[in-house]
Design a protein around this ligand. Structure first.
Ligand SMILES: NC(=O)c1ccc[n+]([C@@H]2O[C@H](COP(=O)([O-])OP(=O)(O)OC[C@H]3O[C@@H](n4cnc5c(N)ncnc54)[C@H](OP(=O)(O)O)[C@@H]3O)[C@@H](O)[C@H]2O)c1
Length: 297
């Protein structure tokens, strides 16, 4: 028996297996392309001939494959071996996929934890590597020490969908930031201002913007979009006309910022012209989130 089995040795799975080995744990491996196991076997891991063999080798099985369909496909021949084990799925997916896989694992008698890795492979094994978990709490408690070898483990709750929900929320925040920053670099670059020269001004500005987020969060939770508004949406929508015109005048496509302009116009048309930026959340969500929270949902 090994302490843990790792299914999937891509860039991330290999980093996970290496961190587990480095922490002194015994590790069994499986990957579709067996050659990827060789470097880890040289460090003491055991390569299994099949997913079934790998599952049978450990009470704790960590999967890190490309997408959920890949996980189902890989585990199909091993599904009867899962009973009495914990499956930790660190493959990127949606909350709905995680909940469905929790059901799938439960019908096979396995405890299930879903995970979201907020790190890139070189960070794995360090405290900076945040890994979000949700699902079977007892399994998280039982295997917390092993999972702690991968990075800072944070448990979010019994609902298996919570880890991917937070994972995707953090990633969408990152891509939103990248959209604006990419556009800003393109704009200043249109007048041959080097990106590195603009960078200090940009990072200071983004630091100031970050200090507004607590107020935004408070407004979203309370639904108070109209008290003490300092930058109302009508003013913002009018200014945005200039953002689009300036970009086009500088030869920069507005495709990264245009969706925000459309949403501002939609909000003003819907009667939010006197409201704060935080009210835009009402334009994009279809579930009455605040009401559900208040009802304890
Ligand atoms: N890399 C990152 O920065 C990062 C960060 C956070 C989260 N993640 C998540 O971690 C997961 C793995 O990412 P990665 O970077 O390791 O990807 P990767 O390097 O592309 O590896 C993909 C893995 O999936 C396996 N695979 C693909 N299709 C398969 C199939 N049909 N049957 C069996 N195995 C199959 C590959 O096997 P072969 O080796 O045989 O091709 C490989 O082990 C993804 O869900 C990703 O979103 C990655």
């Amino acid at each position: 028996m090994s302490d843990v089995s790792v299914i999937g040795l891509g860039a991330m799975g290999s980093a996970l297996a290496a961190a587990l080995l480095k922490s002194g744990l015994s590790v069994t491996l499986w990957n579709r392309s067996p050659a990827k196991a060789e470097a880890l076997v040289a460090k003491g891991a055991v390569a299994a001939a099949s997913v079934k063999d790998a599952v049978e080798a450990s009470k704790l099985v960590v999967a890190c494959l490309l997408v959920y369909d890949t996980v189902y496909e890989a585990f199909e021949p091993a599904k009867d071996a899962l009973a009495g084990r914990t499956l930790v799925n660190l493959t990127n997916g949606t909350p709905a996929q995680a909940r469905e896989m929790a059901q799938w694992a439960a019908t096979r008698g396995a405890d299930y934890l879903d995970g979201g890795i907020m790190a890139v492979p070189p960070m794995i094994g360090q405290a900076e590597a945040l890994i979000l978990y949700s699902g079977a709490h007892a399994a998280f408690e039982a295997h917390g020490k092993t999972l702690g070898a991968l990075g800072a483990a944070k448990y979010l709750g019994d609902d298996a969908g919570l880890a991917p929900l937070h994972d995707i929320a953090l990633l969408t925040a990152m891509y939103g930031l990248f959209s604006g920053v990419t556009h800003a670099f393109a704009l200043t670059g249109s007048e041959t201002v080097p990106a590195e020269k603009f960078l200090p001004m940009l990072t200071n500005w983004l630091g100031a913007v970050m200090t507004w987020l607590p107020d935004m969060a408070r407004r979203i939770d309370s639904g108070d979009y109209r008290s003490d508004v300092v930058s109302n949406l009508e003013m913002q929508a009018a200014s945005f006309d200039n953002f689009i015109a300036a970009s086009e005048g500088q030869g920069v496509s507005s495709e990264l910022i245009a969706p925000m302009f459309q949403l501002l116009k939609k909000a003003v048309a819907a009667g939010y012209g006197d409201a704060d930026q935080a009210s835009l959340v009402e334009m994009i969500r279809t579930r009455p989130q605040v009401e559900r929270q208040r009802a304890g949902g």
